[in-house]
Design a protein around this ligand. Sequence first.
Ligand SMILES: CC(C)(COP(=O)(O)OP(=O)(O)OC[C@H]1O[C@@H](n2cnc3c(N)ncnc32)[C@H](O)[C@@H]1OP(=O)(O)O)[C@@H](O)C(=O)NCCC(=O)NCCS
Length: 178
Amino acid sequence: MNQSTLEVTIRQETKDDQPEVYAINTQAFGQEGEAMLVDRLRKTPSFVPELSLVATSGNRLVGHILFSIISISDGNGNKVESLALAPMAVKPEFQQQGIGGQLVQHGLNKARELKYTSVIVLGHEHYYPKFGFLPAEKWNIQSPYDVPSSFFMAVELIPDGLKDVNGMVQYPKEFEGV
Ligand SMILES: CC(C)(COP(=O)(O)OP(=O)(O)OC[C@H]1O[C@@H](n2cnc3c(N)ncnc32)[C@H](O)[C@@H]1OP(=O)(O)O)[C@@H](O)C(=O)NCCC(=O)NCCS
């Protein structure tokens, strides 16, 4: 299928977008948990406004992605800053047209521009590798949640962005219970 049939623009979310971002997350996930998570994260120091991105087609919002600051802690007092990609949502009727891919790619580029060095994602093991994500166990990075290791992935935004980084990811407490 042809990705060029739908013109999509990716830009930073504005305050006015927030209700529609809530609706898109609710529709895509079929529940309000992720939408509420986004609302909660916006109020924390983990929130990076430049990394809350929306996809628009014409004057409609069709997708959203958020990257929040997390840390990776090795248990010996060494803490390294990273980003979590979560959540990401595309309106159901606009899925399977590459919009999610554009959101991920745009977000990774922006994160690199902002000098972040890595991103962690908990997600589909067949989807994220196309953007360079590899199982985080490659770097000995663990999830605090009990998930299959192939679903827990990381990508370096610069060469050796995760060199000598290992340990447990610490998510903002707002993620609990989602
Ligand atoms: C996950 C999600 C954001 C992906 O959005 P999307 O816009 O459908 O993503 P893409 O179109 O980039 O990729 C989806 C698939 O369509 C394929 N695709 C990409 N462009 C395409 C095109 N032009 N035509 C047909 N298929 C296409 C991709 O190869 C991909 O296939 P895969 O499943 O084999 O990897 C969306 O499905 C969603 O909102 N799901 C519910 C919420 C969720 O689970 N979020 C992720 C966890 S945080």
